[in-house]
Design a protein around this ligand. Structure first.
Ligand code: SAM
Length: 266
């Protein structure tokens, strides 16, 4: 199907989406417009510093790659997908998210500044999409901000491994429970005090590396960042922004957030 902006758009939710998956999709549907402000340099919050750093470091981790096909499993409002697509000039891009509202935002920014390559937009569960995509399809897969909302890390890694071509890379982002600040934030996010009706998931660095290795990946690079003070923006307001702006990027070994560049061996 083609949407009004002339882009290929398929929406094939599983007939009976899991209740948790519906809750996640609904949560991001409500969040869509405000989510994009995290990528605006005029948003002076610690969270925005981290999101903008996630975009910068994802691009940096892909320096030197010569990929043809990109999949973003959960593109959100698309800023990171767009930065990567503009930097690497793919032949083919498959941009997916389970939330139609998020995808529309992403489409808007791609339309304003179209990167090279043919773009397919899909509105599906990322796990289903990976299965349907088949083997040896992509050179780069982005999976940023997803596993916190789905868990199922071993399954995700196994499916991404199959879908990558030999030598291809998965960029995986996660908050790390072995960082004290991120651990406290996760405890809260998983508690009944938080009003969303699904439990976020979080992993330690070792859990992620062990699962990646079990799936067959090699660690090409890992980059940590972010001070991640619990409730930093709510309690410290502008001070949290100033602290993250000054130190988030410097915490390359100890930050509470991490990006893993995982390679499928040649
Ligand atoms: C925290 S946002 C991250 C967006 C973007 N990757 C980024 O890093 O800014 C998480 C995104 O995952 C999407 N999502 C959640 N569950 C999903 C699933 N099962 N399949 C595909 N997308 C999903 C949400 O709709 C949301 O846009």
């Amino acid at each position: 199907m083609r949407n009004p902006e002339g882009l290929v758009f398929s929406s094939q939710q599983p007939a009976e989406a899991a209740p948790c998956q519906e809750a996640v999709a609904g949560h991001f549907e409500r969040l869509a417009e405000s989510y994009a402000t995290n990528f605006d340099p005029n948003t002076h919050t610690g969270a925005a510093v981290q999101f903008q750093l996630r975009r910068q470091l994802t691009v940096e981790l892909l320096f030197g790659e010569k990929p043809r096909a990109l999949l973003d499993i959960a593109a959100g409002s698309g800023e990171i997908t767009h930065a990567v697509a503009s930097f690497l000039a793919f032949d083919e891009l498959l941009v997916n998210d389970i939330s139609p509202g998020m995808l529309q935002l992403a489409q808007r920014s791609f339309k304003q500044r179209p990167p090279a390559g043919s773009i397919t937009w899909t509105n599906e569960d990322g796990f289903e999409l990976l299965t349907k995509a088949g083997a040896d399809r992509f050179d780069v897969i982005l999976c940023l901000g997803l596993i916190a909302h789905t868990g199922r890390l071993p399954e995700l890694l196994a499916r991404a491994f199959t879908s990558l071509r030999r030598g291809g890379v998965l960029i995986l982002q996660s908050t790390l429970t072995d960082h004290p600040g991120a651990w406290i934030s996760t405890l809260y996010a998983r508690s009944p005090l938080r009003r969303v009706i699904y439990k976020v998931e979080a992993f330690s660095k070792d859990e992620i590396l062990a699962a990646a290795s079990a799936a067959g990946f090699e660690l090409a690079e890992m980059r940590r960042y972010g001070i991640c003070l619990p409730f930093g923006d709510r309690i410290l307001h502008r001070l949290n922004y100033l602290l993250e702006a000054a130190y988030a990027n410097k915490l390359s070994k100890r930050g509470g957030e991490a990006l893993f560049k995982l390679r499928k061996p040649i």
